[in-house]
Structures are given as C-alpha cells and as structure tokens.
Design a protein around this ligand. Structure first.
Ligand code: FAD
Length: 486
C-alpha cells in the first residue's frame, strides 16, 4: 500500500487529492495536510469584497468532503520535510503542526511514499511596511476573511460619499515585484461599478497603481489579443477599460511603505512619490510557505528543495540567462523535484525559472516588475497531472511521465468581472494560449492569435457566475465532478 501526502487544500492541492483518490481507490492511502478547515474558491473573493457574495458562498468545510472521499485529513500546517527520513523513520516524512482541536500545537511526523507540495503563496505583507489588513493600513481580497473586512471598509467610504464627502480609492499592487494584477484590476473595476451604481462617481477618485511597465502586462509580458476581428495589445485593451470606468492610473510604481492614508512609492525612473487615499486595496508580494528541509543527520538542506523565495525547485531550467535567451523550454513539465524524485510542487508553490514580464530595475536599482502569475486554471491542471503521474507510477510501475503541463504550452482563461448583476453585470474575458509566449512557434504575436482573445460584455459576467457554481460543485465532489475542466 502506497501513501501519498498532499500539503495544502487550495485549488491545486484539492484537485490533486481528488484525482489521487479517484485513481488509487481503497488500496492506497491519500492524506491531506492543510491548516484551514475550509476550501475557498479564491476568485470569487472579489465579490465578497464588494458585498455581492457572502463568505459562506465562496467556502465550504473540507472534513465532510474528505470523509466522503476517504481521504485522511489533518488540520495542520507543514513545517519541515525530511526527504531521507531520520534516525526514527527510515523513509521520507513531513513534520506537521496541528492548528486546532485536542492536538493543537502538537507536532507529528507524517511519512510518505510521494509528497505533493501545494501550499500556495505566503501573503508577504511584511515585505512592505504598513501594508495589509492586520497591522497595516490597507485591505486585501486575497482570502475570504480579508475580502469580508475589505467590504466593511468599503462600506464606510460609500457611506461617507452618501453624506457628500469625496473619497480617494487606491487599488493595485503593494510591492515592486507583486503579481496577481488581474485580481486587483478586477477589484478596481468592481469598486468603480458599485460607486456608479450608487450615482456617486462625482465624489470618487479611483486610482490604479501598478508595478507593470505598461498597463495590461498582467505579469505575462502583456499579450496581443483578437478583439472583434482585429488584433489589439492588452495595453490598449486594459487602458480603454480603465478609462471607460473613470479610473486613472499610475504605472511603473513600486509601493514601498504605507502610512494611514498615504502610500509611498518609487518610480522606475527613480523618483520617490506619495499618493493619498481614503481606501486602499493593494496586493502584497508573494513568497513560499517557508517550509524547511533536513537530511538524515538533521542538517539543513532547505536549499536542495526550495529557492531562496521559498518556492520549490522542480524540473525547470533555472540557468541564469539574459531575457533575450529565455525560452518556453525553461518552464517545468512534470513539477518533480530534481533531487528527490518522489516530491512534487503544484500551483503557486513551484518556483518558476524566471518571470514572464521583462525584468526591470529602477534608476536606484530596485527590481520593479511583476512576478509570474500562476492562475487558477494552470494550478488546477498541474495538480491533476501530478496526481495522474503518481497514481500511474504506483499502480503500473510506470517510470516515464505520460502527463505534462508546461505553462509554455498550456492556455489559460481569465474572466475579469467588471460589475455584478444578471442584467447589468459586465466582465472582460481574456484567453491566452500559451501562458508563456512562444516566439519560435508564433513569431508574429508570441501566442496563437486564434485562441488568444479578449472581449467585454454581459455574457462574460454570466460565464464567471456559472464558473463559480461549477467549480464549487466540482470541489465538493458532487456527481460527475471529474468531467468538469480545471
Ligand atoms: C482575489 C483573487 C482573485 C483571483 N481570481 C482569479 C481568477 O479569476 N482566475 C484565475 O484563474 N485565478 C485567479 N486567482 C488566482 C488563483 O486564486 C490562484 O492561482 C490559486 O488559488 C492558486 O492555487 P494554489 O493551490 O497554488 O494555492 P492556494 O489556492 O492559495 O492554496 C494553498 C493552500 O495551502 C495551504 N497552506 C498554506 N501553508 C501551508 C502549510 N505550511 N502546510 C499545509 N498547507 C498550507 C493554504 O491554507 C491553502 O489551502 C485569483 C487570486 C486572488 C487572490
């Protein structure tokens, strides 16, 4: 009987355990270690942040689903990995700390035959002084509780406007190397929509602040998209949407400190500036979960498994080379750790070989460009292919991997909601294929222009709403969940 342990019940880890159990059945053990008792459909947190969905519409308890699927669930967080075992346990194990219940605070060694790290991002608010909802002066929509708090704060601003007071909204990235521009962009559009719905635009100044070189970079170096029969760069696509929503922008800006009502930022040209705000939602930088690794003698071998930013080393080409020499072949295919072949990383937890956007430094030497996004669709697909490869290895002893999922070959769909409502809602729908541009295969546009498209309209809102219910259905393991795409 083989034992597969998955760390992190997010989009990639939850997909991985679902397929592992489906493929491996009763004869093998599948264990999930995750600190939060809930699964959350992160993309819908935007709607929690504008009061259009409740927290309970975007989350559900994991224990019921795992009980049904016969997956062992430990509500705990992984602290360290001993891939070679130690003096007590002869095989690889992960040390986990229980975060609740009778065992709270206890550490347990969970052994494994295969380990999947799907711990997502650590929201690194600490990298920007004064950032974040806990000790800082800004709100966040990265988790359902953050989004709920953001909605409470947003209501205060809306109330002030209803009483005739002007308000400044600052929305965007809160670190010179933050990613997830798409989510912040979506929130900015939804805030603008809600303000307009209440006929308060004359009292609102909405500002988009971003570390992107050009608006519409979205951490993927921008794209050329087909829109209504002609080809447009995402710069024009995104700028026209911001203009339509009455949002002005500050680009090439790395926020480095936030005080009450005041964001400090450095520009790519090296100037230090400030922007006042009454309400600010700024996405933090991301780091890995901070898991350590030790060898048999308890020597720290963290650098064998993880890059300095805490993301896990996988089968990517990490050779340092100039931007002009980057290739889609640098991107991983199987997400296996090269040192320990029974360890994998899925979703945001894997270390990308480099960014997708062109790396830039400010005149003062501060790196200022978006880190590569690893959105929901690639995260789910990666979780699935890792699960399929591991189960085929266990069941059939297959050594070569049949399933691959390079971001240089995989497409992704992104629906940026731009206002909620069955009749008046809007969304900008963008599909890119592949996520990482392939200039050898597509010399003209970097991507397949027939499948890299962008449109804005009510239909996009309906699709986004439909996807919300579809993905919750799938994650809950309701009938035929496995037929639904990632
Ligand atoms: C507001 C917002 C909106 C977004 N909208 C979209 C969208 O519209 N479309 C899209 O494609 N993508 C979207 N994304 C991106 C998408 O949410 C991510 O790509 C996806 O969540 C990544 O999945 P993941 O499994 O890697 O990480 P996560 O979903 O973050 O899951 C990580 C899991 O690991 C757990 N964990 C953390 N530390 C440990 C530890 N030490 N041990 C064990 N478990 C641990 C966490 O509790 C969590 O359950 C959005 C992101 C945000 C923040």
């Amino acid at each position: 009987m083989a034992k597969v342990v998955v760390l992190g019940a997010g989009i990639s880890g939850h997909t991985a355990v679902a397929f592992l159990k489906k493929k491996l059945g009763k004869s093998h053990e599948v264990v999930m270690v995750s600190p939060n008792s809930y699964y959350q459909w992160v993309p819908s947190n935007i709607w929690v942040g504008i009061g259009q969905m409740t927290v309970d519409q975007v989350r559900f308890k994991l224990d019921k689903v795992y009980k049904k699927w016969k997956i062992v669930y430990k509500q705990a967080k992984a602290i360290s990995i001993n891939p070679e075992g130690d003096s007590e346990i002869s095989k690889g194990f992960v040390s986990v700390e229980y975060v609740t219940g009778e065992k709270e605070g206890q550490i347990e060694k969970v052994d494994y035959d295969y380990l999947v790290n799907a711990t997502g991002p650590k929201l690194n608010f600490a990298a920007t002084e004064g950032l974040g909802p806990e000790v800082g002066h800004t709100v966040s929509v990265c988790a359902y509780d953050h989004a709920d708090h953001a909605w409470k704060e947003l209501q205060k601003s809306l109330k002030k406007m209803e009483a005739g007071e002007s308000q400044k909204f600052l929305i965007g990235t809160g670190h010179a190397m933050a990613t997830c521009q798409g989510a912040a962009f979506e929130y900015a559009l939804n805030v603008a929509f809600e303000v307009k719905k209440r006929k308060l635009e004359h009292l609102a100044e909405i500002i988009w602040i971003t570390n992107e070189y050009e608006i519409g970079d979205f951490g993927m170096g921008g794209a050329f998209v087909k829109r209504g029969g002609y080809v447009t760069p995402t710069k024009v696509f995104a700028e026209s949407i911001l203009s339509e929503y009455g949002i002005r922008w500050i680009k090439r800006a790395g926020v480095n400190k936030v005080e009450e009502g005041l964001a400090h930022y450095e520009t790519l040209s090296g100037e230090y500036k400030t922007q006042e705000f009454d309400f600010a939602m700024l996405i933090p930088g991301f780091a890995g979960a901070g898991i350590k690794a030790f060898d048999k003698e308890n020597k720290d071998i963290t650098e064998k498994l993880f890059k300095p930013n805490g993301f896990m080393t996988v089968d990517a080409d990490y050779t340092q080379k100039p931007y002009e020499e980057w290739s889609v072949n640098d991107w991983p295919e199987t997400y296996e750790n090269p040192e320990y072949k029974n360890i994998f990383a899925a979703g945001i937890a894997f270390a990308p070989p480099h960014s997708i956007s062109k790396p830039m430094k400010s005149a003062n030497g501060t790196p200022m460009f978006p880190s590569p996004p690893r959105t929901g669709m690639p995260s789910g697909v990666i979780g699935k292919i890792i699960a399929l490869n591991i189960s085929e290895k266990i069941k059939y002893g297959r050594q070569e991997y049949k399933h691959t999922a390079s971001m240089g070959r995989m497409g992704a769909a992104c629906i940026v909601s731009a206002g909620y409502g069955i009749r008046k809602g809007q969304a900008a729908t963008m599909t890119v294929s592949p996520v990482v541009p392939d200039w050898d295969k597509y010399p003209e546009w970097g991507r397949n222009i027939n499948t890299t498209v962008g449109e804005v309209g009510l239909a996009g809102h309906w699709i986004k709403l439909f996807l919300h219910y579809m993905f919750i259905h799938k994650a809950k393991g309701y009938p035929f969940w496995w037929l639904l795409p990632e």
